[in-house]
Design a protein around this ligand. Sequence first.
Ligand code: FA5
Ligand code: MG
Length: 381
Amino acid sequence: RFPIVSAVDIGGVTIARNEVVRDDDPTNNVPDSIFSKLGMQLHRRDKHPIGILKNAIYDYFDSNYDKQFDKFEDLSPIVTTKQNFDDVLVPADHVSRSLNDTYYVDSQTVLRCHTSAHQAELLREGRRRFLVTGDVYRRDSIDSTHYPVFHQMEGFCVFSPEHWKESGKDSTLYAAEDLKKCLEGLARHLFGGVEMRWVDTYFPFTEPSFELEIYFKEDWLEVLGCGVTEQRILKQSGLENNVAWAFGLGLERLAMVLFDIPDIRLFWSDDERFTSQFKEGELGVKFKPFSKYPPCYKDISFWISESFTENNFCEVVRGIAGDLVEEVKLIDSFTNKKGMTSHCYRIVFRSMERSLTDEEVNDLQSKVRDEVQRKLNVELR
Ligand code: FA5
Ligand code: MG
């Protein structure tokens, strides 16, 4: 389980628990399990897979772009809603703004849900090529590739007219092609050969927008989002005659592929059998699982109310079981003649470090049942 801490250090600034977990503010939805992760900065540990990966990406940019990319890795994850949403054109009614998706400190302040939150301020500072690495926070589902705290690296690159004029291409096409070339080169630098594909997608801050997926453990895994920056963002910094590309890398996902790490929870493990396998500067390591302990499956069924959301349910489970929960999956849903909807979830409990006892799992499950009933306004079946 997570330790209860009363203060954290973020970039040399000490922040008290009650400045982030505000029990008196109805908007606040930051639980202790999340507060305790603030300031951990896995990306700044040179022997941790996330830090090793970050350094390898830095090497790629340093050698291919002559060190023109400025690097930031210590910007506070506590940002304004303006930084996180408005500055990158996220519409007022976009789902990502909801309390269901984002951790709010108060109505004006959030734990950033992406490193894109820093694009606008760095552009306004006069930066034209930069990389921003940091921890980001999201209320999300629970499985081996999703965690409520993870790490992203943002890349941003502005071009002026002489760049694309000489190519004879239209500026957007020029930037899109350059972006894909850059990221495909990065993938080759990290992985050598790997099966990957581009997928068209939508982001409020780029057009066109793409995601890169890599084939991993018999499935396509989304590892990054990117695109050609919306002109309105450049205009905010007087760059209307320019074009730019941007990307956001999911560092855990890339590290899972690179080091063959099967479960995203492992990044938070202090177990020496995990930490001792990685060496500073070494990309070739393949993680050797130290034995897979048996999973334990528990089902829970309830009638949901209108306010029910899966993210709320997952957070209750995570709050009780911490990293002992591996997956939460909806396995059945139906609506009866009276219009009541029932959900059945299967919770997979498994420790990565030891075998769980029946007693321990039954205790966790009984706490989940109590708390779901108390907090989520559902009726257990
Ligand atoms: C973004 O966050 C955009 N800001 C990326 C971007 C930047 C697009 C600049 C365009 C220009 P997305 O929500 O898809 O996009 O997240 C980016 C990556 O983070 C995903 O591809 C995935 O690799 C990773 N990711 C997302 N959610 C989780 C999670 N819960 N756990 C672990 N990794 C995650
Ligand atoms: Mg995505």
